[in-house]
Structure formats: C-alpha cells, structure tokens
Design a protein around this ligand. Sequence first.
Ligand code: ZN
Length: 81
Amino acid sequence: MGYIKPQTEELVGSYPVCGQCGAKSIVRDAWTKWNSSTREWVLKALFDEYACDKCGERNTPEWKLDQEFRKKRICRLNDEM
Ligand SMILES: [Zn+2]
C-alpha cells in the first residue's frame, strides 16, 4: 500500500489552460438537456474533447494550480471545522 499522488486537475485551486497558447479560455464538449420546469438547458454529460476558445487548438489542456486560492480555500475549510 502506498500513497497515490493526486493529479493536478483533482486538486482544489486547479484550472485548465491551453497547451498551445496558455489561454484560460478552455471549452469542453458536452450535452445539455431541456428542463421543462425551469425552462432552461441543463448540463447532462461532459465529454473528453477540449478546445481553446482563443486560438481554436483542439488538445488536452494543461492543468495549473492557483496556490494562493488553494491556500485560502484550505484555511477557510479548516476554520469551518
Ligand atoms: Zn489556445
């Protein structure tokens, strides 16, 4: 039994950027479903295809970690306990 290091994208404070140009404007393929009660589209499924909304590159994004956000979020969660 050993420690399994989590992927960056699983950590609090992570965010995707374009692997080509570094933009934070990443979009992802998804399905939405019409909700007759709320009269709006709601997310139904996310797919594995990503694209950059800035340069149009279709690739797998790189995941970065916002250390300052992560630190503040963890402090806030600790304070709540
Ligand atoms: Zn890009």
